[in-house]
Design a protein around this ligand. Structure first.
Ligand SMILES: *Cc1c(COP(=O)(O)O)cnc(C)c1O
Length: 375
């Protein structure tokens, strides 16, 4: 690859290690990793082949356009769309053979009109109050389905509200009970889905009884823990030997180096004033690229294995860092924004704590336009 202003490297060995680790826990259940949101920022088209090499059976996305992107790139595994499919997209989703989630009777009526065999996964509301059909509404849905025989309910799904944000998992247990009730209502109505699924990464790590026969793990395959609470819960359950290896490194280069006197200001709003004669490096990435503005005066990057603190505000396309103590730094040297070098590390969790958000948002926000390179 020609030198770039900024790029993302994804370690295929780490990706495959993580998938094999999680797949090792779930055994022969269908392993359906989430590659939505540009594969959590890792590059959907770039990583999908390795996700399958690592042992994924299906791939899960959020939207039709992502499913099409995968198929157009040559992916042949089943693809499951977990987010809303619009009525005007249903015909195409069905024609392409994508599986998709359904939780509105309007969707079922529309599918009935298309009158072509399709596989849907019914989402049941169990306590998240996001997507899902309330238990009380299931009989009506069952009735509607019985009038539309071209619709095959291949799967039944739900999603946990409070499994990674806590070490108290009683609410998740209640949701599982509700899910079982929902499945029973379906079965009593003659709807017998081949698959039932609810497990995300936290559930895969912590709770084998959530696996049923199909799991949807996302963050873990990229080598990140869902949260500190999940890690603490894993320690308590003697599962801390589960090793996840972050797969993503985000890099840039030095675009300029300049010498400032003590007492000079740096950047918009003059929020930083040098306290010593300073060697300052200008880096060509900013909040447009996904380097959060909350990192202003509040982060470091790694240059030649050393920390270089961000000085002043993060701009749209640039940041400035102090390299006074890194005399060997020169124009077009490589810089690590997210990743590790020598003894220094900026994890997505650390960057998330600086920016007042979570690792999920840090990596998914890395602008899609930035090249992803498998290493
Ligand atoms: C994103 C997503 C997942 C994966 O969650 P992780 O916490 O990343 O493992 C699973 N199920 C649904 C419905 C999702 O939207």
């Amino acid at each position: 690859m020609k030198k770039q202003k900024t790029w993302v490297e994804v370690s295929k060995d780490n990706l495959i290690h993580n998938i094999q680790t999680l797949k090792g826990l779930v055994g022969d259940r269908v392993f359906c990793p989430a590659v939505k949101a540009n594969a959590y920022g890792h590059g959907i088209v770039e990583v999908a082949p390795y996700v399958l090499t690592g042992g994924a059976d299906w791939l899960a996305v959020d939207a039709l356009f992502e499913a099409k992107k995968l198929k157009e790139s040559g992916i042949e595994s089943p693809i499951y769309i977990m987010g809303y499919v619009l009525n005007n997209e249903l015909k195409e989703a069905v024609k392409e053979g994508f599986r998709f989630v359904v939780y509105n009777k309007e969707t079922i009526i529309e599918l009935g009109k298309i009158s072509r065999d399709c596989n849907i996964h019914l989402k049941i509301e169990t306590g998240n109050n996001r997507q899902g059909i309330a238990l009380g509404d299931l009989p009506e849905i069952v009735d509607l389905l019985s009038k539309n025989p071209c619709i095959n309910v291949e799967g039944v799904a739900t999603h946990f509200a409070d499994i990674e944000d806590t070490t108290d998992h009683s609410y998740a247990e209640e949701q599982i009970e509700n899910f079982k009730k929902g499945i029973e209502i379906l079965e009593n109505g003659g709807v017998r889905p081949a698959y039932a699924h609810c497990a995300n990464t936290a559930a895969v790590i912590l709770f084998p009884h959530t696996y049923l026969n199909f799991v949807r793990a996302g963050i873990g395959i990229y080598g990140m823990w869902p949260s500190n609470e999940t890690y603490v819960s894993a320690v308590k359950a003697n599962k801390a030997d589960i090793e996840l290896r972050p797969a993503l490194t985000w890099k840039t280069i030095i675009a300029q180096i300049k010498n400032l006197k003590e007492g000079e200001y740096i950047g918009y709003g003059r929020t930083y004033r040098t306290t010593h004669d300073t060697r300052l490096a200008v880096l060509p990435v900013g909040y447009y690229d996904g380097y959060d503005r909350g990192l202003s005066n509040n982060a470091f990057v790694i240059i030649h294995g050393k920390r270089a603190p961000v000085r002043g505000r993060v701009c749209m396309n640039m940041i400035m860092v102090d390299v006074t103590h890194i005399p060997e730094a020169k124009v077009e040297d490589e810089v690590i924004l997210l990743g590790k070098d020598g003894g220094e590390k900026v994890s997505a969790e650390l960057m998330g704590s600086w920016a007042n958000t979570i690792n999920y948002e840090i990596t998914t926000r890395i602008n899609e336009r930035i090249p992803r390179v498998i290493v």
